[in-house]
Design a protein around this ligand. Sequence first.
Ligand code: ZN
Length: 150
Amino acid sequence: MTDLDELYQEVILDHTRRPRNFGSLKGANCRAEGVNPLCGDHVTLQLQVENGIVRDARFQGNGCAISTASASLMTQAIKGKPTDEVVRLFERFHQALTSSLEGESDLEGLGKLAVLTGVREFPLRVKCASLAWHTLKSALEGRSEPVTTE
Ligand code: ZN
């Protein structure tokens, strides 16, 4: 394992053990649910969006280490950001997760989210890492059906 891998592992473990922004959000005006049946991950996301800006975000649910760490890191990354920037961040993150192993993926602008891109070696784990983000997109689009990664 390289030093970078070790650092990434540490960040993921930290967010799994002590998820940030976990709980329910008073005053939430966007909400969505996501399910990843392949792993059994379940996440509920609540957002407070005002004037096109994500003021606050919380998540609840249960799932594997990767899905929990991803949701925790995501809520940190999106707070205070305009929704169009959040959508662009999702696209960049998703691309980094699914890009080929040979090609250098573009990690610029991902910040801490880069720690999750190691899962692209494990296709099943990609769904765990992207679940919270698909749920986020659904919440912003105001869809009421739960999203699944299938
Ligand atoms: Zn999972």
